[in-house]
Write a protein that binds this ligand. Structure first.
Ligand SMILES: [Mg+2]
Length: 254
C-alpha cells in the first residue's frame, strides 16, 4: 500500500497553468484522508496556491486535511507545509543572481538564433523568461498567453528540443528540461525533480516504494523523467482526465 501520491501539476492535475477542476479537487480531498499528497512542479509558490490550494478550499477541504498536503515548489527546491494554520517554508535552495543572468542570456540567444523568440506575441507586462528563484523558466508565449495558443505552439516538442540543444552548446554547466506546453526549465544539474523527490523521502520519512508518482512528461528529456530514473513507481498520464480516472481506481479499492 502506497503512503504518498506525488503529482506533476501542468497537464497532470490541470490544463497547463490553470486552476484544477472541481473533479480533481474533490478527488484530491478524498485522497488526503488516505495519503500524503505531494505536488512537485517547476512553478512558483503563489501558483500552487492559485491552482491547487485555493481550489481545495473552494471545495471544502479541512485545515486538518491540509496538513497532509506538501508543496514541492520549483521542482522541490522549495518545500512548504501547512502548520499552525499557515503555509510555512521548510527549506529553500535558490540560484545565485549570476547563475540566473547567465541562463537567461543563454536561452534568449538560443531562441533568437532559431527564430523562436516571440516577443511580439507577448501580452502587456508579460515576460518570456521568468526567475523562479530555484530555476529559470522560458515560456515561449509568456505566462498570460491563451491555452489554445500554447498547445499549438510546440505540440511535438521540436522547437523546444532545438532550443535546448543550442542552450547546452552555449552553457553546458546547466540542465534544460522541457515541461508544460511552451516551457523550458533551466536548473543547476541535480536541482531537478530528483532533488525534490530526494528531499521528499527525507522530510516525509518514507521509502521510494511508498510513493506513486503521476506525470505527463515521463519520456527521456521530459521534466518527470528523473523520477522514473530514480525507480519510483510512475503513472504516465496525457492530461488531468487520465489522472482522475486513475485516482478513482485507487480510491475505489480502499
Ligand atoms: Mg507536466
Amino acid at each position: 500500500m502506497k503512503k504518498v501520491l506525488a503529482f506533476d501539476i501542468d497537464q497532470t492535475l490541470n490544463v497547463a497553468k490553470t486552476p484544477i477542476t472541481d473533479d480533481i479537487a474533490e478527488l484530491l480531498i478524498k485522497c488526503l484522508n488516505h495519503f500524503e499528497i505531494c505536488p512537485i512542479s517547476g512553478q512558483k509558490f503563489d501558483q500552487f496556491l492559485i491552482q491547487i490550494v485555493n481550489r481545495l478550499l473552494d471545495c471544502g477541504v479541512t485545515p486538518e486535511a491540509l496538513t497532509h498536503l506538501h508543496l514541492f515548489v520549483a521542482q522541490g527546491t522549495q518545500y512548504y507545509r501547512y502548520e499552525d494554520g499557515e503555509w510555512q517554508q521548510i527549506y529553500n535552495y535558490p540560484m545565485t543572481d549570476e547563475q540566473v543572468a547567465k541562463i537567461s542570456q543563454t536561452i534568449e540567444q538560443a531562441a533568437r538564433e532559431l527564430g523562436f523568440w516571440e516577443e511580439d506575441k507577448l501580452a502587456e507586462g508579460d515576460e518570456i523568461i521568468e526567475n523562479r528563484l530555484s530555476q529559470v523558466t522560458f515560456s515561449a508565449l509568456g505566462q498570460k498567453a491563451g491555452t489554445e495558443a500554447k498547445y499549438a505552439w510546440d505540440p511535438d516538442h521540436k522547437k523546444r528540443e532545438a532550443i535546448v540543444k543550442r542552450c547546452k552548446e552555449l552553457t553546458p554547466e546547466f540542465d534544460y528540461e522541457i515541461g508544460g506546453t511552451t516551457s523550458i526549465n533551466a536548473i543547476i544539474p541535480g536541482m531537478n525533480k530528483t532533488f525534490g523527490m530526494t528531499h521528499l523521502l527525507e522530510e516525509l520519512n518514507v521509502k521510494k516504494d511508498d510513493i506513486l508518482y503521476f506525470g505527463d512528461m515521463t519520456q527521456p528529456g521530459g521534466n518527470d523523467y528523473p523520477i522514473v530514473q530514480m525507480g519510483i513507481d510512475t503513472i504516465t498520464v496525457r492530461n488531468h482526465e487520465d489522472t482522475a480516472f486513475a485516482l478513482r481506481g485507487i480510491l475505489g479499492v480502499l
